[in-house]
Ligand binder design. Structure first.
Ligand SMILES: NC(=O)c1ccc[n+]([C@@H]2O[C@H](COP(=O)([O-])OP(=O)(O)OC[C@H]3O[C@@H](n4cnc5c(N)ncnc54)[C@H](OP(=O)(O)O)[C@@H]3O)[C@@H](O)[C@H]2O)c1
Length: 269
């Protein structure tokens, strides 16, 4: 359970949010600032993250440390670990992520390596670095941002979906290991979010579209996921299409699923 921490709280703790320049990470940063946490936020776009950090300080009166670092590289992960060292980190949100909008064979192999590192090794190393402290303190929260793509393999989403699947399996395993320690973990599997994600990946999407696959505001995703967290739901699928996609992927005969998913991707991108 997330404990509210006020400015006068002598045990004021840090929430660390990776990828808080925009989108979901920024929404998580505001959510935890609203609960009275100090923040360590990361990103690479200096001007934007500094502006956002200033707005958060002004609105919530909390401390906001910025770590400008590339988490798709080992050196960047080590830099963040060093900046967290000695600080009372009570929350870690492994959110930083990017997509690759092409078929696997058309990608640059460096981008494939970077995506896999960011979504697997970086998350595992950051989690490892805070876990002993959380266990000693009998309290902590680790949230890993996956995707509804974790349940549904799709063309032009091959590496991303496989890496996001790692995050679900990793989180569920940790949940079992951490039973009784006071450390709570969650994997969040959203659908389409109105953020910088698709533009960064060079994907052309209609963010104004309505209906089942409408883009959701990052703040709404965080609210739903945190409600799930309070209920103790280890895997949160915070919107209806995601729940529907999971059922389709789990229960449709494989051949029917491949036909449907392939056609869907052509239509949506
Ligand atoms: N948008 C969607 O439809 C969607 C759906 C399901 C899941 N998700 C997941 O939600 C998470 C947040 O994405 P978003 O939608 O909020 O997109 P976003 O607005 O593009 O935010 C992504 C964040 O990750 C950071 N980031 C990307 N690559 C990084 C790297 N190599 N090193 C450090 N930071 C990096 C970005 O910071 P800088 O650019 O400043 O480096 C940015 O702060 C991601 O894990 C994504 O996979 C998104």
């Amino acid at each position: 359970m997330i404990q509210d921490r006020t400015i006068s709280d002598k045990t004021k703790a840090y929430a660390v949010i990776t990828g808080a320049t925009s989108g979901l990470g920024l929404a998580y940063a505001k959510w935890f600032a609203g609960k009275g946490f100090d923040l360590i936020i990361t990103g690479r776009r200096r001007d934007i993250i500094e502006t956002r950090a200033g707005e958060i300080r002004e609105t919530y009166g909390c401390r906001v440390d910025i770590v400008l670092t590339d988490l798709a590289e080992e050196a960047g992960v080590q830099e963040l670990i060093a900046r967290m060292d000695g600080k009372p980190v009570d929350v870690l949100v492994n959110n930083a992520g990017f997509g690759l909008g092409l078929e696997f064979a058309d990608l640059d192999v460096k981008d494939i390596r970077r995506l896999i590192f960011l979504q697997t090794s970086a998350v595992a190393e950051l989690t490892y670095s805070v876990l002993q402290g959380m266990k000693r303190g009998h309290h902590g929260t680790i949230i890993n941002i996956s995707s509804d793509g974790a349940f549904a393999p799709l063309p032009r989403n091959v590496t991303y979906a496989a890496a996001k699947r790692f995050l679900v399996t990793f989180t569920e395993g940790l949940h079992m290991e951490l039973a009784g320690t006071g450390v709570q973990v969650q994997a969040v599997c959203p659908g389409f979010i109105d953020s910088d994600f698709h533009e960064s990946a060079g994907m052309h999407v209609d963010k104004g579209r309505k209906g089942m696959f409408a883009f959701k505001k990052p703040e709404a995703v965080v609210e739903e996921a945190m409600k799930d967290f309070e209920k103790g739901n280890v895997v949160s699928v915070p919107d209806l299409p995601g729940k529907f996609i999971k059922i389709l992927a789990d229960f449709l005969p494989k051949k029917a699923y491949y036909r449907l998913a392939g056609g869907f991707m052509k239509k949506i991108l």
